[in-house]
Design a protein around this ligand. Structure first.
Ligand SMILES: C[S@@+](CC[C@H](N)C(=O)[O-])C[C@H]1O[C@@H](n2cnc3c(N)ncnc32)[C@H](O)[C@@H]1O
Length: 292
């Protein structure tokens, strides 16, 4: 089960009240939604979205979420505007977006982790046609290097891409451990002073690329105002600097245009205790705004 990150802090900035309308764009196992529901029911409404069919199916089957006040939708949050229009969902008082993947997905056999041997898939949704294996075995050496650099901020992107190109001529690279081994052999022994596994950044880059994560986030942000009420709150948790920069700059822009007020001058991060109990929270950054 996924442990929700920065739960108390999210509820504090979103401040859900009885009868309010909320949207959880990244429902996962529903950790954040559960707390929000406690505050908005009775009388409130929740739209729960997850792109992963397994997450949406689990939610639909769970007695906790089988309530007339909860609508569960298996879609990409980039289509949020179309979703609310299609189901005639009212304007919301709050939106939570908890980016990245859930603990369940890390164990879903879809190749999100370089610590277990699984097929190189990395798709949140099967509707998405491109898999990580197709990228690794089909893209040019230059395109691979660019992806690793742009979405993973990987310093050794060219060396890694070169090695992948060489190895895949011998045999297609189809599993996580095959790829992780090639990466390990392409970088210096003392990579990042052994603080992180050499495959960390390349795996992040592939996941972001395969799922168009940054584009989805930008589309969501661009449409957000039109689906929220005046006074609506937005909380976004990101897990790496690329996402955080997009959120930070977009929120700043809204404040400059006098459309919103930033509620988190500095991003909220997890307490030492939370990091001890849930290491995934170590890189989490929460930013929030309230619309004017
Ligand atoms: C970190 S988890 C959310 C965990 C959730 N807040 C909880 O407490 O259980 C992120 C979720 O977002 C989903 N997701 C990722 N990209 C998405 C997208 N573009 N549209 C909808 N859901 C997405 C993933 O499938 C995953 O279930």
């Amino acid at each position: 089960m996924h442990i929700p990150v920065l739960l108390k802090e999210v509820v504090a900035v979103l401040d859900p009240k009885p009868k309010e309308v909320f949207i959880d764009a990244t429902f996962g196992d529903g950790g954040h939604s559960t707390e929000i529901l406690k505050k908005i029911l009775p009388g409130g409404k929740l739209l729960a979205i997850d792109w992963d069919k397994d997450a949406a199916e689990r939610a639909k089957k769970s007695v906790n979420f089988q309530k007339p006040e909860i609508t569960i939708v298996n879609e990409n949050y980039a289509s949020l505007l179309e979703i609310v229009k299609k189901i005639k969902f009212p304007k919301a008082d709050g939106l939570i977006v908890d980016l990245g993947f859930s603990t369940g997905q890390l164990e879903s056999g879809r190749g999100f982790s370089f610590l277990k041997n699984e097929p190189l898939d990395m798709r949140f949704s099967k509707d998405n046609e491109l898999t990580a294996a197709e990228v690794i075995n089909g893209f040019t050496e230059k395109d691979l290097a660019d992806i690793f650099f742009e979405y993973g901020e990987e310093r050794f992107s060219r060396r890694i891409a070169k090695e992948i190109f060489k190895e895949r001529k011998k045999k297609r690279i189809l599993t996580t451990l095959e790829l992780a081994e090639i990466i390990k052999h392409s970088v210096p022994q003392n990579y990042e002073r052994k603080r992180i596994h050499p495959a960390t950044r390349v795996f992040q880059a592939l996941r972001i690329y395969v799922n168009s994560e940054l584009e989805n986030l930008k589309t969501l942000l661009a449409g957000m105002e039109s689906i929220l009420n005046s006074g609506g709150r937005v909380a976004i948790i990101s897990f790496h600097s690329l996402e955080d920069r997009i959120v930070k700059n977009y929120f700043k822009e809204l404040e400059k245009e006098d459309k919103a007020k930033i509620l988190t001058k500095k991003p909220i991060i997890a307490s030492e205790e939370e990091v001890r109990n849930n290491p995934k929270s170590r890189s989490a950054k929460l930013r929030a705004i309230i619309l004017k």
